[in-house]
Ligand binder design. Sequence first.
Ligand code: HEC
Ligand code: HEC
Length: 266
Amino acid sequence: MSVFKKIQKLFSGKSKIFLGIFSLLLLGIFLAMMLSFVFAPSATVIFESEESKTLEGKPVFNQVWLEKSDEQEDIWAMRQSHHGAKFYPADQLRIVINKNTRPYRASFFQYSEKNGKAFEEVQYRASCFACHANGPRALRPVLNSEIFPLEVKSRLLVALWNFKIKSYGRVETAPETLIKEKVRAVKLKFEGAMDQDILKVKTCLYCHSDGSDPDGRWWQNHKRAPLLRQHAMSIQHLVETNQMPPFPFKLEEAEREAIQQFINGM
Ligand code: HEC
Ligand code: HEC
């Protein structure tokens, strides 16, 4: 019997069923292993941030993990390093998503660190809301970073987490919390009158706005919070790098100019 025939025989009759079950089992075990690998409670991703840079324009490295995720709340955690992939005792940041409200609500916290664990709540180093208009931000790693090229497992995890983050849709920012029973030194939001101006460029309003979209269609569920002047830095970065508006939306030249004027404070 030729080899070809032998294989054919293997795939026929009873042995065919056996082989089918066997390969399904193997596939199942393989998938389970992959998933437990990715979803391990301790899973963290370290990556070079595409958006965040130090004041001197040097790379910033982030370590992100999902501290907790259940029906009540998700807790996103991050440590940041400005010294390459070395995380000195760093501050730890937390965004807590309260899932009992509609829309969900995000609260922001900063902690000092002891033995790698969040230790004591400290003042914000920056106004979180200025970059987090709608709760957690999509993670944007430099894929082919020289210092921290992203391995396959991390790419998978980033894709999954970004999907989770986007699936929140609109997220409200919870009122500023006190710290040690006192008003914060660095506020959660910029509070100047101009900082509250809303970006009213039609293409952006389709997804970032209060109420219905400019053509009065639904889409409510996937709407995001309006963009304000205090979000200028993030707006500029995402528009300049063509990440916003997402495909297939396109900015008209006049809209591009309107965004530039908005960013310049006019
Ligand atoms: C200058 C802009 C900026 C400011 C200010 C900022 N963040 Fe972020 N943050 C980001 C970006 C961008 C990401 C996404 C990670 C990446 O791609 O670099 C992020 C990610 C995070 C994450 C990981 C989960 C997520 O959103 O993806 C946490 C937690 C976080 N920030 C907390 C905070 C807290 C708390 C504050 C205020 C103390 C703060 N951030 C202030 C830009 C900022
Ligand atoms: C089709 C819907 C859509 C349109 C149109 C759109 N965005 Fe977004 N935008 C999103 C989604 C979804 C996110 C969150 C995921 C991400 O960051 O990729 C986001 C995130 C952002 C963020 C980060 C703050 C946040 O809400 O998470 C900024 C800033 C932003 N977009 C600016 C713009 C600007 C400026 C325009 C118009 C030029 C625009 N977007 C058009 C869907 C849209």
